[in-house]
Design a protein. Sequence first.
Length: 106
Amino acid sequence: MLLSQLTDDQVRSLYPGEVLTKVTPWTLDRVSTLVDELRTIREQGYATNRQGVEVGLAGVSVPLPGRSWHERIALCATVPLDRGDEASLLAVRQGLTEAASGLRRD
């Protein structure tokens, strides 16, 4: 989620090589694939993750506005993969979105 708040060029400058280190079998391992995924996240307004960082975990995150352009923050929740099906992650995302809306008003 946080990387999706950067431009494609900013992401490529953080990762100048094409190959990324895999930490699980499901980790994105190419910068070009990461950039494509970040475009999707930007379009849909949230990010999901299924075992990309930790085997057995699924998660969802939504952005929060920072106080300035350089403050990038998000709300996220992680659940065991067996509770991370589409319907469950949708419910979690809806809860995070409601919480984010409440925080934006404050």
